[in-house]
Design a protein around this ligand. Structure first.
Ligand code: LLP
Length: 418
């Protein structure tokens, strides 16, 4: 459920007409709903109410905007970060250092040092050399680094190949078959408090079965590690729960997900951690855009909007579907292609899709753009970096400026020898 709804024939974000935001901020622009973010944060937590010791870390790669992070920090969420930049954002937004989990397959030594100095809550180790380096850095500081070992359970998550992470051939984690021996070597390092395991098998998962299979393997591994004499107190089960993008999509609810997680992890006697991203932020944001032109096509007309693949990369990258709606629907429908202004055929949001009939100057939204939207934006084709707006009831704020090409150019220079 979200708070982007039609009222008197006009789409609103909570109590603010999207047309007002378009008039005052311009388009394209991302618009987030605070009430929706808070609702999703609450519903996800409630779904996991069967779990005794729980830590929720929002995967901030899904939406690292400082205002969004503040809303989620206030809802009691920590942060799953994958870079020094994300860690800096989480801290700046007010996420307590103890609530930060540092995942990521290529943490640099400098990033590890900064995270140790910041006193973050947990390092999710991706491989043995990283763990050894972390232990050395921590020992040199006279501290111990709280860490878990990310294992690759070799489970097919049944999602798009580019966002699947739990197959043996993916680059993430260590093979579960080698985890036991590696755990033994790492756990004995001075400077290291290796206290559990982590997994994350993929994103936009619409089926609980692969998650259940992966969690079950983790349960077996915990028993083996305990049998080896290790103290296992923390297990991070990652993120991945999918959201509906298309009308009619049915996804497992947080309650169904939570019931499965509680059942599979019963008796583990650990603090369980989850790293949800999309399920919290996805439906809490839309990309607001204006129709520039409607031009004839061979089969269907092209609706050319002012948003493009640089603003919302998911359709071009993953053939992702984002529902399109007119901000002031006139009741008529049309079958059209929707494309942006970028000079690539891939800059196409939809082909031959039935949508609300629109004309030049009409406003529209792409839904479910709150996760992996603005954060993946670029300035390709020297377009401005898309701004972000947060709505709260009948007020809104621009929470990220539109960065103009002139500002980007100001950071470039032509050397005097040219
Ligand atoms: N934890 C780890 C270690 C992850 O790698 C990810 C996502 C998450 C948590 C959060 O997963 P979520 O709950 O959001 O599914 N750009 C792609 C998605 C990439 C996801 C990468 N990892 C997209 O737009 O679909």
């Amino acid at each position: 459920m979200d708070h982007f709804t039609l009222r008197d024939g006009q789409l609103y974000a909570e109590d603010v007409p999207l047309a007002r935001i378009a008039a005052e901020v311009g388009t394209p622009a991302y618009v987030y709903s605070r009430a929706t973010l808070e609702r999703h944060a609450r519903v996800f937590r409630e779904g996991l109410s069967g779990i005794e010791r729980l830590h929720l870390a929002f995967a901030i790669k899904a939406n690292p905007n400082l205002a969004v992070l503040r809303v989620l920090a206030d809802a009691g969420y920590g942060a799953d970060v994958v870079s020094g930049g994300e860690m800096a954002r989480a801290l700046a937004a007010g996420v307590p250092a103890e609530g930060i989990v540092f995942s990521g397959v290529g943490k640099s030594r400098q990033e590890l040092e900064r995270a140790l100095d910041a006193g973050i809550g947990q390092f999710n180790l991706e491989h043995e050399p990283e763990g050894m380096a972390l232990a050395t850095l921590a020992a040199a500081r006279g501290i111990t680094a709280p860490a878990v070992l990310r294992v690759n359970p070799d489970v097919d998550a049944g999602t798009h190949a580019k966002i699947s992470t739990g197959r043996a051939e993916n680059k993430f984690g260590v093979p579960i078959s080698e985890a036991r021996a590696m755990f033994g070597r790492l756990a004995t390092q001075p400077g290291m408090k290796l206290r559990g395991v982590a997994i994350h098998i993929g994103s936009q998962l619409g089926d609980l079965a692969p998650l259940e299979a992966a969690y079950t393997r983790v349960g077996e591994l915990i028993a083996e590690l305990r049998g080896d004499g290790h103290d296992i107190t923390h297990v991070d089960l990652g993120g991945g729960l999918g959201v509906p993008y298309r009308p009619g999509d049915v996804m497992p609810s947080p309650a169904e997900f939570g019931a499965m997680a509680a059942r599979v992890t019963r008796g583990w006697n650990v603090e369980l951690m989850f790293e949800p991203g999309r399920v919290i932020a996805g439906n809490a944001g839309v990309l607001l855009t204006q129709v520039l032109w409607v031009k004839p096509g061979v089969l269907h007309p092209y609706v050319i909007v002012d948003a493009a693949m640089n603003d919302l990369a998911r359709p071009a990258l993953y053939d992702a579907y984002h529902a399109f709606e007119a901000v002031a629907p006139n009741g008529r429908r049309m079958t059209a292609n929707i494309a942006g202004p970028v000079c690539e055929t891939g800059d196409t949001f939809a082909m031959g899709r039935e949508i609300d009939a629109v004309e030049p100057c009409d406003l529209g939204i792409f839904r479910t753009a709150g996760a992996y939207g603005a954060t993946m934006a670029s300035t390709y084709n020297s377009r401005a970096l898309v701004p972000e707006v947060l709505v709260d009831g009948d007020r809104y704020a621009v929470v990220a400026d539109r960065i103009q090409p002139e500002t980007i150019m100001a950071a470039e220079r032509v050397p005097d020898w040219l």
